[in-house]
Write a protein that binds this ligand. Structure first.
Ligand code: ADP
Length: 462
């Protein structure tokens, strides 16, 4: 057992607050870190202790490995939870923690590295028998060979930077004639963003859904899946609305995808919370896309349908405990949605918005959502801000996540709409009205989901 009694959270905003909530409940002392821009932030106010780690720039604060480890040493923190983003998938950070004798609440550096490169990850997954999108992910990067591979796959194809992430270095190629120009462009973009020109090629699926599986492994060789989330509603590859379970999944497909995801995790010696992302085609075929080696933004929808606290699982696994339950003990109850509330202006091409929050509240009773304990359990607001807080331009503009639960999809969606209406945010422009248009859209109500949902429904969403 690796006991620790103090946990440092190397993050900010809603995820720092959310991780500390569970840590407190488990009796751990919490330490926050903050940049100058966050000196009065909510995560700092809620922590037992807080340490300044640098100026506003993330590079000089939340991404500064030395500063974060220095803060842990100074406060006697035995473990660090990285949240998502920032240092959460940084192998060098994990190695530095190992050297310092501080527990990283996450997978081993070797597992992060195995999934860090898309081409290498696909080769490993093929070995593990995880289905891949038809394509090429070899080391030979000769122009003529790549073109021949693309011709063989059949157009449209998708060129992807091996080192890519965040949707960068990715291009759809419609026909053989356009291949060379697209390849040149993609290589330039990838070189500039990642200092690496290697490409992989995939068959471009025209109407896939993004369905991801939550997996968990402990350090004793146990691994389970906590079912799937549908995250098809995306804007520029950024998730906007997520739900669990994925509508229309048969029990057989769910088991098959779950088993493939656990196989993927075990192949790379995974420990902790991870997400295996798949593309799901209209005919029920699914293909491995990538594995995110951290807790995801959208983890709460999984918590709502399973009744489990994933951060508690992470902390227990980090302490060396076995998983709290077996696959057979996990079940799905009802349906859950998450809507991401961003400080951004949909009227101005989603430009990030800043300012002082004159009011940030949710009036559930006023929205007819009731006041009993049972009613309250249907709605969860994971927020990094409160009334009076200032939203700056330094970090990700996500203010909060609104998560709801219902007995079925229809009830959960009705609750989502009421809860969105109950949100009262003043002083900073948000995407709330856009979320409401999405959540009331007939195509969304009918679960006509694919990754181009927003694009396809543009005329009725804007
Ligand atoms: P990144 O790591 O840059 O986020 P991903 O490989 O995860 O890139 O892909 C991001 C998104 O691009 C997916 O969520 C999906 O919407 C789309 N996508 C990726 N691969 C394909 C494909 N072969 N066909 C169609 N869409 C794809």
């Amino acid at each position: 057992m690796t006991q620790f009694s103090t946990l440092l959270v190397a993050n900010r905003g809603e995820i720092a607050c959310r991780v500390m909530r569970t840590a407190r409940r488990m009796g751990l002392k919490t330490v926050a870190v903050y940049s100058d821009a966050d000196a009065n932030a909510r995560h700092v106010r809620e922590a037992d202790e807080a340490v300044r780690i640098g100026p506003a720039s993330a590079r000089e604060s939340y991404l500064d490995i030395e500063a974060v480890i220095g803060a842990a040493k100074r406060t006697g923190a035995g473990a660090i939870h990285p949240g998502y983003g920032f240092l959460s998938e940084n192998g060098a950070f994990v190695e530095a923690l190992d050297t310092a004798g501080i527990v990283f609440v996450g997978p081993p550096a070797s597992a992060i590295a195995a999934m860090g490169d898309k081409s290498a990850a696909k080769a490993r997954m093929a070995d593990a028998g995880v289905p891949l999108v038809p394509g090429y992910h070899g080391a030979d990067q000769d122009d003529a060979l790549l073109k021949a591979e693309a011709d063989k796959i059949g157009y449209p194809v998708l060129l992807k930077a091996s080192a890519g992430g965040g949707g960068k270095g990715m291009r759809v190629v419609e026909s053989s004639d356009n291949f060379q120009a697209a390849l040149d462009g993609c290589r330039r973009e990838s070189q500039a963003a990642f200092g690496d020109q290697r490409m992989l090629i995939e068959k471009y699926l025209t109407q896939p859904r993004h369905v991801e599986v939550q997996v968990f492994c402990d350090s004793h060789g146990n691994g389970v899946y906590l079912f799937e989330r549908d995250c098809s509603v995306q804007r520029r590859h950024q998730k906007v609305l997520e739900e669990a379970p994925a509508p229309g999944m048969s029990e057989g497909l769910r088991r098959e995808m779950g088993a493939a995801a656990v196989r993927a995790a075990k192949e790379i010696g995974y420990v902790g919370a991870g997400t295996v992302e798949f593309l799901l085609d209209a005919d029920g075929s699914f293909y491995f896309m990538e594995m995110n080696t951290r807790l995801q933004v959208e983890h709460p929808v999984t918590e709502m349908i399973t009744g489990q606290d994933l951060v508690e699982w992470q902390l227990r696994v980090a302490m060396g405990e076995a998983l709290p339950c077996t696959q057979d003990e996990l079940t799905i109850t009802g349906h859950s949605f998450e809507a991401r509330l961003y400080a951004e202006d949909p009227e101005q091409d989603f430009l990030p918005a800043t300012g002082r929050l004159e009011r940030f509240a949710m009036d559930l009773e006023g929205a007819g959502l009731g006041s009993s304990q049972k009613d309250r359990a249907k709605v969860r607001l994971d927020s990094g801000v409160e009334t009076g807080d200032v939203v700056s331009m330094h970090y990700d503009p996500m203010l909060a996540k609104l998560i709801v639960h219902g007995d079925d999809r229809e009830q959960a969606l009705a609750t989502l709409n009421r809860a969105l209406a109950a949100l009262d945010v003043q002083g900073v422009v948000t995407n709330r009205a856009f979320l409401q248009r999405l959540a009331t859209h007939p195509a969304f109500r009918n679960a006509e989901l694919d990754t181009r949902f927003i694009e396809k429904n543009e005329a009725t969403l804007f």
